[in-house]
Design a binder for this molecule. Structure first.
Ligand code: FAD
Ligand code: DHB
Length: 390
């Protein structure tokens, strides 16, 4: 088997890349470890930046997103029971975010890829990368009970934080940066009409809570828990009880409903430099992780592959390696900005249960500043809605 670009992973990064390349007449094959149903059901992020939505539109895959996505012009910071609205649009000259589940983006992309003759191989096993540092890299894998070899010009490692691509790079090439936080998020998807029109980020002495949504009938809610927390210790009643306490505000109430899904996500900042080795280019979670508080993970993945697709188009068309050589640097500027913002939001809004009172006072001072200063709120808003894609 031969293709121009072998793409490992059918998450947002791999699928957007494959479709962008298709639109430019470049051939790719996507190799995915899980089955189609699994990737289409995996509940993760939900906040799309304007740049992400614009790109999906330009790619012709936003018909359902435009119909069902919920456009938000502000978010609420609920600090110890009091609301402060960050007017995203007013503060950024019209910027908005769109709430649309990651698994819906993935569904739309898979459909578009398959309708246009795209090759996605689901349930591949034992993927391994070879000859990455030559002009003829090879990917070996098992599929349908048989061993296969995919020869290509370039490999795109879009296989998330636990994939095979990053570990295929020889030791000593990458520099790793990491920060592990002393907390995690327990998230639920609930068949309950959202109790809010805009996302609520709540600072509370018992821990952070977030009220998000997916549709007029479905709420998405998170609470801060310890990183080693056992989900078995959190029956639905306990989760609702905690949400009621942390999200409490006078004159406001939280509507409950059947819990459709629940899971725990750890909070981590992680990235490697550079995002390339030979003919292997890393994109999305394969190269960097942000703690979820800034809602940046999915958006960064899309931003990476836009840069990669343009660089590959230029290379295949003209033979020029200029853009490919700059791929890592171009992406990392945006990635580090998002790492900073995600770290900052995370540090400001969570309870570090081991911290001393000094740290708590600093948090509250910063929150009060963001809630009362237009300049501080503008900074939060422009980072949250996201910067233009390059
Ligand atoms: P992924 O979506 O991880 O896609 C990688 C794909 O590669 C997967 O389909 C995987 O099955 C496949 N794969 C892995 N290994 C192999 C292999 N060896 N061979 C073949 N295929 C392989 N971000 C937010 O902004 N807000 C959130 O609330 C949020 N919640 C999250 C919850 C969880 C549990 C996780 C893991 C992430 C969450 N994120 C969140 C982050 C966001 O979802 C990711 O940043 C986004 O999915 C990145 O897209 P990606 O395409 O780079 O990677
Ligand atoms: C959602 C996830 C986030 O990480 C976030 O900051 C806001 C919303 C969500 O899943 O809706």
């Amino acid at each position: 088997m031969r293709t121009q670009v072998a793409i490992i992973g059918a998450g947002p990064a791999g699928l957007v890349l494959s479709h962008l390349l298709y639109l430019e007449g470049i051939d790719s094959v996507v190799l995915e470890r899980r089955d189609r149903e699994y990737v289409e059901r995996r509940v993760r992020a939900g906040v799309l930046e304007q740049g992400t939505v614009d790109l999906l539109r330009k790619m012709g895959v936003a018909e359902r997103l435009d119909r069902e996505g919920l456009v938000h012009r502000g978010i609420i910071l609920r600090v110890e029971g009091e609301d402060h609205r960050i007017a995203l649009s007013d503060l950024t000259g019209g910027g908005v975010i769109t709430v649309y589940g990651q698994q819906e983006v993935v569904k739309d992309l898979i459909k578009a890829r398959l309708e246009t003759g795209g090759q996605i191989l689901f349930e591949v096993e034992d993927v391994s990368l070879h000859d990455i540092n030559t002009s003829e890299p090879v990917v070996r894998f098992r599929h349908g009970g048989k061993q296969h070899e995919l020869r290509c010009d370039v490999i795109a490692g879009c296989d998330g934080s636990h994939g095979v691509s990053r570990p295929s790079i020889p030791a000593g090439v990458l520099t790793t940066y990491e920060r592990v936080y002393p907390f995690a998020w327990l998230g639920i998807l609930a068949a309950a009409p959202p109790s809010t029109d805009e996302l609520i980020y709540a600072y509370h002495e018992r821990g952070f809570a977030l009220h998000s949504l997916r549709s007029p009938q479905i709420s998405r809610l998170y609470i801060q828990v310890r990183p080693d927390e056992d989900i078995a210790r959190w029956p639905d009643e306990r989760i609702w009880e905690e949400l009621h306490i942390r999200l409490a505000r006078e004159g406001w109430s939280l509507t409950e409903g059947p819990v459709l899904e629940k899971g725990i996500t750890t909070m981590r900042s992680f990235l490697v430099e550079p995002m390339q080795y030979g003919r292997l280019f890393l994109a999305g979670d394969a190269a960097h992780i942000v703690p979820a508080t800034g809602a940046k993970g999915l958006n960064l993945a899309v931003a990476d592959v836009k840069v990669l697709a343009e660089a590959l188009v230029s290379w295949f068309r003209t033979g020029s390696t200029d853009l490919l050589e700059r791929y890592s640097d171009t992406c990392l500027r945006r990635v580090w900005r998002a790492e900073y913002f995600s770290w900052w939001m995370t540090s400001m809004l969570h309870q570090n249960w081991d911290a001393d009172p000094f740290e708590r006072r600093l948090q509250l001072a910063q929150l009060r500043y963001v809630c009362s200063s237009r300049a501080a709120a503008t900074s939060l808003a422009e980072n949250y809605v996201g910067f233009a894609l390059v």
